[in-house]
Design a protein around this ligand. Structure first.
Ligand code: CMP
Length: 592
């Protein structure tokens, strides 16, 4: 079982040795406790908190007390100040700092500058941000409903919920004064409390404060106040407070900021996630607009010519009111119409105009973003289609016969399988070990099938497959012409080829076989023609690479020569390979 990340992420560069600058810090206390517990249990060996956790996991069932003490030690270690507030050792932080050393230096820098500042990449800030995103998402959906549909009455539940969430948002403001800020120009984290405060006060604080101000506390106070019982005054105050609570919608800015930060940190690039994000934003906009559609006639006191009164929804259930409002908003925003009724008074007309303008803008943005995202999903497919269209146009321009055109398109279809990659360029960009790993992976089916390769040593196979180049031949193509000079040999991944000598088929080769080796071994002309009998996926090994590989693996020459001799005998040709070898042997014995 993998231990929880929380336990693995203890940030304590000082554990490796004595602290720089001496002096015990407050953060060393819990670590000290861990070591003490371990020393008690095991004698004199001081173990890390990972060991502590491991011991918790491996503990026999008859030792509950021991387990409890180790568990609390591990939990204690996980909640040290370093672990919570310093730059965490999570994978994403390691990626940001690019090396363990740089991360440790950052942790040390924080220790030296200000121990009471929260690092923006700390564990605490990570979980806190997640919580805030969740709270913001919930309030941004619920709040407009509260304002638009529950404005006429004071509801204790709503107020309690608002008080609860407002407390978190106020706490967030306080925490923001203690959280380091990433300096966008040099990407360094500002950890100086004064600078952090100035930056925050001059920036987002002005938006964060009104959006978090706990207005519902006043409700609760006034509601309990007996002098505040006059209904009209109370209603007016309630409405004013509701209007003010619209300011909470400014939390959207904070939500966008936090989501952006989480996205950046997690390096989320997936098009699907971005599409989901976009759809959610559009839905939230329609939801807000729906609430506004109802709120405007509500503030007017539902005049007779308002859409709510015409539809007879003044006393309908909240769900029915919301559903019609949502419908009206979606009709405006998707430029479909006015919903159930067109506007009948000036206010509603302006409201519909604004909503349509907003809708049209969002609709245009939505379509634009969506098409970009959809294009980015299948980039290679798109390039393939572009290439194919270009090839088709070219063939029409050159008036290529229909049959050849069909063969060319067939070639593209088979060669690229509707995805176009510049494979050579992609592989060139990789490091050597990565390139080897990729090539070995996509040639694994060839290596499995090729009987010849199964006889070779793994190092030979690795050397060889790096030098292979993929080629496709269609049925009827002449791959090798008898009598020509040999400049490459081939391995068949898929397909069948015919071996022809003087227009006579002397054999066929299939998946896993190889051909074209004889002329390379004896440095003579091709002894036979090779024709594709079906569409063939081949791997080509150039002459120079062939020589290189055999030079480094001389024993392979023997194995390959055996197959070649066999083939030559079959077609009744003389076997110069044997003669060469015999000559070599003679020379060797003469020297001996
Ligand atoms: P090469 O002479 O370079 O080019 C033609 C190839 O056909 C030859 O190498 C062999 O690899 C292959 N070849 C020739 N004869 C046979 C055979 N009888 N069976 C299988 N393959 C053959």
């Amino acid at each position: 079982m993998k231990p929880p990340a929380m336990f693995m992420n203890r940030v304590s560069p000082m554990d490796d040795g004595p602290r720089e600058g001496g002096g015990e810090t407050a953060s060393s206390q819990p670590n000290h406790q861990v070591l003490t517990v371990e020393q008690d249990n095991t004698g004199n060996r001081a173990r890390s908190e990972m060991d502590v956790l491991q011991s918790v996991l491996d503990m026999p069932s008859n030792a509950p007390k021991k387990r409890r003490s180790s568990m609390s030690a591990a939990i204690g270690a996980a909640f040290t100040r370093e672990n919570l507030f310093h730059a965490s050792e999570k994978e994403y932080v390691k990626k940001i700092y690019r090396s363990d050393k740089a991360l440790k230096e950052e942790q040390q820098r924080q220790q030296n500058i200000d121990r009471f500042v929260i690092h923006p990449f700390s564990n605490f800030r990570w979980y806190w941000d997640l919580l805030m995103v969740l709270l913001m998402a919930i309030t941004l959906v619920i709040l407009p409903i509260n304002i638009a549909f529950f404005s006429e009455q004071f509801s204790l539940q709503w107020s309690l919920m608002n008080c609860f969430t407002d407390s978190f948002f106020m706490a967030d403001i306080v925490l923001n004064f203690f959280t380091g800020v990433v300096h966008h120009q040099n990407e360094e984290v500002i950890l100086d409390r004064k600078k952090i405060a100035i930056k925050y006060l001059c920036g987002w604080f002005l938006v964060d404060l009104p959006s978090s101000f706990p207005m519902d506390y006043f409700y609760l106070i006034f509601n309990g106040d007996s002098t505040f019982n006059e209904t009209a005054l109370k209603l007016r105050a309630l409405r004013l407070a509701k209007v003010l609570s619209i300011l909470r919608l400014l939390r959207l800015t904070r939500l966008l900021r936090y989501v952006h930060r989480l996205e950046e940190v997690l390096n989320i690039e997936g098009a699907v996630i971005r599409i989901v994000n976009l759809v959610l934003v559009v839905l939230v906009m329609i939801h807000w607009n729906g609430c506004v559609q109802f709120l405007v006639p509500f503030f007017q006191g539902f005049p007779k010519d308002s859409w709510v009164a015409i539809s007879g929804l003044e006393n309908a259930s909240k769900w029915e009111q919301y559903s019609w409002s949502f419908f009206k908003a979606i009709c405006h925003m998707l430029s479909i119409g006015f919903g159930q009724h067109p506007p009948h008074n000036l206010t509603e007309m302006w409201c519909a105009t604004l909503s349509m303008m907003l809708g049209a803008t969002f609709y245009a943005l939505f379509i634009g973003h969506m098409s970009t995202l959809l294009l980015s999903i299948d980039a290679s497919g798109r390039i393939y289609n572009e290439k194919i269209n270009q090839v088709k146009e070219y063939m029409r321009y050159r008036k290529i016969p229909a049959e050849t055109q069909a063969r060319v398109l067939n070639y593209y279809e088979h060669r690229y399988q509707r995805k176009y990659f510049d494979e050579a360029a992609i592989l060139r960009q990789q490091s050597t070990p990565l390139r080897r790993e990729i090539v070995q992976h996509h040639l694994r089916s060839l290596v499995k099938k090729a009987e010849f390769l199964s006889k070779c040593s793994p190092s030979f196979v690795i050397d060889l497959i790096e030098k292979l180049h993929f080629e496709v031949y269609l049925a009827g193509d002449v791959i090798i012409k008898a009598g020509s000079r040999g400049n490459a040999m081939y391995f068949i991944e898929h397909g069948t080829v015919k071996i022809c000598v003087d227009d006579r088929v002397v054999g066929t080769l299939q998946d896993g076989d190889h051909f074209g080796e004889i002329s390379l071994l004896i440095d003579e002309r091709r002894v036979a023609s090779v024709l594709a009998d079906s569409t063939c996926d081949l791997y080509r090994l150039g002459k120079a690479d062939f020589e290189d590989v055999l030079e480094e693996n001389p024993e392979m020459r023997g194995i390959m020569s055996e197959v070649a001799k066999d083939r030559l005998r079959k077609i009744g040709a003389s076997v110069p390979i044997e003669e060469e070898e015999e000559e070599e042997e003679k020379e060797l014995s003469a020297v001996g």
